[in-house]
Design a binder for this molecule. Sequence first.
Ligand code: XIL
Length: 337
Amino acid sequence: AVTLDSLARAKGMRFGTATDQSELVQPDLAALIARECSVVVGENAQKWKKLEPREGVFRDENAQAIAAFAAIHDMELRGHCFVWNQDDRIPGWLLEREDELAKNGGEGLIRQMWEHARQLADAFPTVASWDAVNEVITPWEGEVRDALLSRILGDRLMDVGFAMMREVAPEAQLVYNDYMSWQKRPNHRNGVLKLLEGALSRGVPIDALGIQSHLINTLAQPIDERGWRDFMQSVQDMGLKVLITELDTGDRYLEETDPAKRDAEIAAFTKGYLDLTLSFENVERIVLWSISDRDTYLNRPQYPEGKRRPDGLPFRAHPFDAELRKRPMYDAIAAAL
Ligand code: XIL
């Protein structure tokens, strides 16, 4: 049967989604993912804060369920993520100890990172591609974010993070993952290019760039096609592969409320984005950040009020609705492949 993954494979790519144990226990959702995808990644299950909520307490049941699902269905497992340069994304027990971790050029932090890297590699030996470092650059200024990891290590966060993952998982692809986009916001893109160029020139073993692609804000906002093309070209020229790692299309600023019209706009916008982005040959994966409205974080109660649609209508950001029926975004992705 023709599926998004079969279409992707015909082009030498693969298609996938983020998921969670709580979704894989739903037989219809699990069957849908197994049919349409050949890549899975934990939406939250492998994050340091989730895996090790208290020092030395390692909770990997959720992530192991995802790894097992991937193995049973012969899918590729992605790892997300080793380190994330935002203070609310690392364990509180680390954050509390910043002064101690910073001593002697960050000796304490480096020791903690080694332990974490080894734990990840031991627990998840089947991961084919790791997001080694996540979200270093700020979107507005395009500078290294002020967060514990970079306060202590600065740019060396790249060197240290990638070297450790290469050491513990020598076979895995190593990815730098961030949310620079095709929006008119060049600083984020330029900051990421600078970060990658610097690291590559120091011999940091980066294999690929992960482009998150949360198109939450860009529908009905100015986009910069030229800037995006230049960015993609620069990444290709650096010899890096590209993965679309977290695709969803939110119509936060679209005033339209009619569901059919919203779906049509979302589909067209997604197609435009993919047509442009997939015109670069180094793109090798397209991974959704949830496959349906049933499992998306965008409609969960915890999702911040300020990032929702002003009219309060739920997002329709995925190729399947909550009943797992295809919507126009599905055909848009298929057409772009
Ligand atoms: C998000 C998850 O989807 C949410 O459930 C969680 O509350 C916060 O993190 N960039 C990333 C992902 O790299 O890990 C984030 O996932 C979305 C933005």
